[in-house]
Write a protein that binds this ligand. Structure first.
Ligand SMILES: Nc1ncnc2c1ncn2[C@@H]1O[C@H](COP(=O)(O)OP(=O)(O)OP(=O)(O)O)[C@@H](O)[C@H]1O
Ligand SMILES: [Mg+2]
Length: 347
């Protein structure tokens, strides 16, 4: 399977003169690894400054690996998945965790039962990394900063393009397929967590980081986020969506993990924040409740927007923090934010 220029740039939202230009993808719409290609999200908004380096890496990795670093829900995992979806690039995604060991990635002996005879035998089951190397997929290791640094270091040979030797499988040697790509996403920069928010992340060793191209992923701008919300919920009034984004940005500004936070004197900062994921959830629930409230006389929630905000974000926080976030919402929405029991208890 080779990448050939066969997908118009319009598939990435490019308009104007360049929309018809062809970008590289696997041309075969029925290739054998199609089941591993991520699902296409038509509403996904590509930022050129992020799309270009990721595509550049996928088409010509030059033996590097790729790391995407940024706050939760900024779009690290989904940008890789959505580019892969358009390139028809097969992808295997694994969530890292602190107790993850090499066998979980490369494979281990396991018991298998013969469906006909019922006999049990031990056979080697390849792990997702070994499979991706063999078949030529993207291996996406999500939340890689949770990984034990020793395991990360153990991956260095693979990151350098070396073969994988599976001693347990009678010394099988897996030479990486030319289409194999190794990508990680993380919330920290591999230096451990500076904010105390990403519990469980570990500091990775510098030699490991030297093998990566690194990309920073920030939250979408207001205009970009509005475009995503409008594409996802076209029936909702744009001013409501725009105010919701203002609320999200107000919360992000007071989030202690945000390097550009703008805390006033006396404010202690928030330990939760609005990801694009949470914002979309809030907008979806709010739409359902507002529609229901307009139709039912005895709808149980006095302020549908506030109830939706609780379910999507503020039920995770303690009471003082909930009050801060709901007050931000009340300030932004004004009269439309009436009867919220969080801001005015007893209503
Ligand atoms: N550019 C975008 N266009 C449309 N939706 C987006 C975009 N970026 C993020 N989203 C939405 O936000 C959700 C979260 O994105 P994603 O899972 O990629 O974040 P992440 O950075 O990997 O977060 P985490 O660190 O929590 O894993 C996606 O499912 C998608 O719905
Ligand atoms: Mg992710």
């Amino acid at each position: 399977m080779n990448l050939t220029p066969c997908v118009p740039m319009s598939a990435y939202g490019v308009t104007g003169n360049n929309a018809g230009m062809m970008s590289p993808a696997f041309a075969d719409e029925n290739h054998p690894l199609l089941a591993l290609v991520p699902k296409h999200n038509a509403q996904f908004l590509f930022r050129t400054e992020l799309r270009m380096p990721v595509m550049n890496f996928l088409t010509a990795s030059g033996g590097d690996s790729l790391a995407l670093v940024g706050p939760t829900g900024a779009g690290k995992t989904s940008v890789v998945e959505q580019i892969a979806a358009r390139m028809r690039y097969p992808l295997r995604k694994v969530n890292a965790h602190s107790r993850m060991e090499m066998p979980e990635l490369i494979g281990q002996m396991s018991l298998q039962c013969d469906p006909v005879t019922g006999d049990q035998q031990t056979v080697f089951a390849h792990g997702p990394l070994a499979l991706a190397m063999k078949e030529g997929s993207i291996f996406l290791l999500d939340e890689a900063d949770f990984l034990d640094p020793a395991v990360m270091a153990g991956l260095n040979a693979v990151l350098e393009g070396g073969a994988l030797v599976l001693a347990e499988n009678r010394g099988e040697v897996i030479v990486p397929h030319p289409n194999f790509r190794f990508i990680i996403t993380c919330n920290t920069r591999g230096q451990g967590d500076e904010t105390g928010l990403y519990t469980g992340t570990l500091s990775q060793n510098l030699a490991s980081w030297d093998r990566y191209r690194m990309l920073e992923v920030s939250y979408l701008t207001k205009e970009e986020e509005l475009a995503v919300l409008q594409a996802t919920l076209p029936q909702v009034d744009a001013t409501i969506l725009s105010t919701m984004i203002d609320v999200a940005n107000g919360v992000r500004q007071q989030f202690i993990g945000n390097p550009d936070q703008a805390l006033q004197a006396g404010q202690s900062g928030l330990t939760v924040t609005f990801s694009t994921r949470t914002l979309l959830r809030w907008a979806r629930i709010a739409t359902t409740y507002s529609t229901a409230a307009s139709r039912q006389a005895n709808f149980p929630f006095a302020c549908p927007l506030a109830q939706a905000l609780r379910e999507s974000l503020t039920n995770r926080t303690d009471k003082p923090m909930r009050l801060v976030i709901h007050t931000i919402a009340k300030d932004k929405f004004g009269a439309a934010w009436a009867n919220d029991p969080v801001v005015a208890p007893g209503v």
